[in-house]
Design a protein around this ligand. Structure first.
Ligand code: PAF
Length: 277
């Protein structure tokens, strides 16, 4: 496994790579969700590249950039075990040098949900992912369905800017009790960790209601909200049933819908979703 810390080193290694390149962009502190993306990339490509970069521009001023969990040694050991070929680990200065002034804005699909709760978040995500795509030049890039809106934003950017790669979105990997894997789960204390299982319960409720024939989106939203509200440690930011492509809120589910939620447990903000189709 080779490690590139500068863009020049990464590009030199890319030049020497033959065949299809599968790329998994991450912010490190890897869990089984990331490793499932690496495994899928392994199955579908000749060369595997993983980036580890905690991107400062996608965090708001009051968010957890400074405290975001980091453990490079452990990450590298896990990636080595998965037979990753190249790890790209640039510094902040390498990606955003003095005088950096260019940004990628994806409109409309970024207006709602995470976009409205975290202003500027998707501008930071789209910009760094566009830069990583330009540096790594992957054949295929892999993202998790847990960040459903992020996946839509990246697909839109790739289509609109005619980027020459395929975006692949893989199923959310869950703990045994249904909690979606996330690097931020480490912030939860034992009581909050237990309380956080209510997210998957609410999504399962939505899925069951839909499968039993409930197509009124407001009824499903209300039932999810009332279930989560019974958990004293949970503070809801949003519960949404939206068009799975445009993310516009639905009144009637007459097309594939994304049931998604953002809920705080103490200082930790968690998101999760399921598709109703
Ligand atoms: O999903 C993430 O970990 C990040 O948003 C990404 C795609 C690596 C960009 O910083």
């Amino acid at each position: 496994m080779q490690i590139a810390k500068t863009i020049a080193e990464m590009k030199a290694l890319r030049m020497k790579s033959f065949g299809s390149v599968g790329f998994v962009p991450t912010m490190g502190y890897l869990h089984d969700g990331h490793l499932a993306l690496v495994k899928q990339a392994q199955d579908e490509n000749s060369v595997i590249i993983v980036s580890i970069f905690v991107n400062p521009t996608q965090f708001g001023p009051k968010e957890d950039f400074r405290t975001y969990p980091r453990d490079t040694e452990r990450d590298l050991a896990l990636l080595e075990k998965e037979r990753t070929d190249i790890v790209f680990m640039p510094s902040d200065k390498e990606i955003y040098p003095e005088g950096y002034r260019s940004w990628v804005e994806v409109e409309k699909v970024t207006d709602r949900l995470e976009g409205s709760c975290r202003p500027g978040h998707f501008r930071g995500v789209a910009t760094v992912v566009a830069k990583l795509f330009n540096i790594v030049e992957p054949t295929r890039a892999y993202f998790g369905q847990k960040d459903a809106q992020q996946a839509l934003v990246i697909k839109k950017m790739v289509a609109d800017l005619n980027m020459n790669l395929e975006v692949i979105v893989a199923a959310t990997v869950r703990e045994n009790d249904g909690l979606a894997m996330s690097s931020r789960n480490v912030y939860l204390n034992p009581q909050e960790r237990q309380a956080a299982t209510v997210l998957f319960k609410a999504l399962t409720l939505a899925q069951n209601l839909w499968e039993k024939g409930e197509s009124n989106a407001e009824t499903i939203r209300q039932k999810m909200t009332s279930l989560i509200s019974k958990e004293p440690l949970a503070k809801i930011e949003y519960v949404s049933i939206a068009d799975a492509e445009t993310l516009e809120e639905l009144t009637e589910i007459d097309k594939p819908a994304l049931a998604s939620l953002a809920v705080r447990f103490g200082k930790t903000r968690l998101i999760d979703n399921t598709i109703l189709e």
